[in-house]
Design a protein around this ligand. Structure first.
Ligand SMILES: Cc1cc2nc3c(=O)[nH]c(=O)nc-3n(C[C@H](O)[C@H](O)[C@H](O)COP(=O)(O)OP(=O)(O)OC[C@H]3O[C@@H](n4cnc5c(N)ncnc54)[C@H](O)[C@@H]3O)c2cc1C
Length: 499
């Protein structure tokens, strides 16, 4: 028989638990800034995602703390309930639930937006609520820069926790290699300073460990002297001749890396409805003009648009924002490959490109479909610099040059997500098979470490599983120390550490 008194007590307890939802507690007990559904501010914040699919999720409220203490106050409420929540910086990660949430609080870092340059120590304190163009604008005219995003609109918070590939990575390593200190709110709601000397294991785990260890409320970054830079875009028709020439150019550039001050992203884009296939190359040189010959492989190929010029870093990062086209659902994925160097290297590069063309053709009638692939050089010097600066979770060896392939499929309607999900997997799994095949045939070096680059991973990709076993073990140890009850592990999205 059901005990009426017990039922009454349970109802009370349920009501009590409900009353403890984070949004309600924060609203009634704190002065923390909070945005509610059906307000303009809430809608504006929800439009600050790269993918409309993330913006379509509906958080119960959006909390916008301005200090580490306010973040800690939110965490102390969260740890006493069982709500799903999300932490958002720039909102550029297109994987649903990573920085977006339905029916739970969203913690937006937008008010954690300090940028404080200290010329005496050559450091910059940067809040995770900034985008890289905010940081560049603040540093404009100081003669200094930090190692950050190549497109200004990308958020600081997620970029640095995923490692951060920069135009300056061949001079200074990954973005994460230039982080001197983190201010971190832990799952127990305490606030700690993390550096090489203070919590060194957490310091290492944060360099490519994502959102598994806490909420970062500020980064102290090493600043580097910076004058005018040179850069912009070259745009080409993707004719078979141009494609072959550019694939060879990026391969040779990665192998011989002509100048550490040079950086490129080489992307091909297909707008399949209009059958427009183009190549767009982002070029960068840390100086007013590149020495002649540095980008010759790319400039020698006939192109229709050239926007390269001498400009400030601030101007370059803002100009590159043209690439952030909103209004579509986005997916991102990646694979890593050793750089082909043998006689059949052109064939290997072409087969990667052809596989992408063939798979993307299968979804050409998906409304609004745009497919892109980027060939991103990862030469040995990035690995060398990363090690010299104390290392990181990716822990690359400098035995070989690599290429990080990045893929995007964008489309108009969420209803096509499942189809594109399969297409994305087919694309990167196909790359992996091609690479393995070429390794078996001797066209690519075998027995090489090929981790995934977290910032470009699709949600099912096994980022942690592809790390070296000792780095995975470190991540597990730090997680056990700082998140024993699984606040970050079980209740918010992101790349999770396998049990
Ligand atoms: C147009 C474009 C260009 C890009 N260019 C580059 C590039 O040049 N180099 C590169 O490395 N990557 C690049 N990326 C990838 C980008 O770095 C990742 O998508 C990154 O996650 C974006 O960071 P964000 O802060 O904008 O993301 P968000 O979507 O806000 O966050 C991403 C993840 O980080 C977590 N997170 C964010 N802030 C915090 C915090 N303060 N504490 C704890 N967890 C936090 C979130 O919970 C989420 O899981 C690019 C992406 C796009 C769309």
């Amino acid at each position: 028989m059901v005990n009426r008194a017990w039922l009454g007590a349970t109802a009370l307890a349920v009501a009590f638990v409900k009353a403890q939802s984070t949004c309600e507690v924060v609203e009634s007990q704190t002065g923390i800034s909070m945005l509610m559904p059906l307000t303009i501010d809430y809608s504006n914040e929800q439009s600050e995602y790269w993918s409309t699919s993330c913006g379509g999720l509906k958080p119960t409220c959006i909390l916008a703390p301005s200090t580490a203490d306010e973040v800690a106050a939110i965490v102390s409420v969260l740890r006493n309930n069982n709500e799903t929540f999300a932490i958002k910086s720039g909102g550029h990660n297109p994987n649903n639930w990573f920085a977006s949430v339905n029916d739970g609080p969203l913690i937006s870092t937008k008010n954690l937006n300090e940028v404080i340059f200290d010329p005496a120590t050559e450091t910059v304190r940067v809040g995770p609520g900034n985008r890289w163009d905010d940081v560049a604008a603040e540093l404009d005219g100081t003669g200094y820069t930090v190692v950050g995003g190549r497109i200004g609109n990308v958020g600081v918070g997620g970029y640095l926790l995923g490692g951060g590939l920069s135009f300056m990575s061949t001079q200074y390593g990954w973005g994460a290699n230039s982080i001197l200190e983190y201010t971190l709110v832990l799952a127990n709601a305490s606030i700690i300073t993390v550096s090489e000397s203070s919590h060194p294991d957490i310091y290492m785990a944060l360099k490519g460990g994502g959102n598994n260890f806490g909420i970062v409320t500020s980064y102290l970054l090493q600043a580097y002297p910076q004058g005018d830079v040179w850069g912009g875009n070259l745009v080409y028709d993707a004719t078979p001749e141009n494609t072959a020439a550019l694939l060879e150019a990026v391969r040779v550039f990665t192998e011989n890396y002509p100048d550490d001050k040079a950086g490129i992203i080489m992307t091909a884009e297909r707008t399949l409805a209009t059958l427009a296939d183009i190549w767009v190359i982002f070029l960068y040189y840390n100086g007013p003009e590149p020495p002649s010959g540095v980008f010759e492989g790319f400039t020698a190929v006939p192109h229709s648009i050239d926007t390269t010029k001498t400009q400030s870093m601030n101007s370059l990062l803002s100009a590159n924002n043209w690439a952030v086209i909103k209004g579509s659902v986005y997916t991102i994925g990646t694979e890593s490959m050793p750089l082909p160097t043998g006689a059949d290297a052109p064939e290997v590069m072409q087969s990667i490109y052809d596989h992408w063309v063939n798979v993307s053709d299968t979804v050409k009638f998906v409304p609004g479909l745009v497919a892109s692939i980027a060939f991103q050089p990862l030469p040995k010097q990035i690995a060398r610099l990363a090690k010299e600066k104390g290392g990181d979770m990716l822990d690359l060896d400098d035995d070989i040059n690599r290429i990080v392939i990045e893929l995007d499929y964008s489309f108009w309607f969420d209803s096509d997500y499942a189809k594109i999900d399969t297409t994305m997997r087919d694309t990167y799994e196909g790359f992996q098979s091609l690479v393995k095949g070429y390794q078996q045939s001797g066209s690519l070096p075998s027995d090489v470490y090929l981790p995934l680059f977290q910032n470009d991973c699709f949600y099912p990709q096994d980022y942690f599983g592809r790390l070296r076993p000792e780095k995975l073990a470190l991540a597990k140890k730090v997680q056990a120390d700082v998140d024993p009850n699984g606040l970050w592990r079980d209740r918010t999205g992101g790349f999770k550490i396998p049990a």
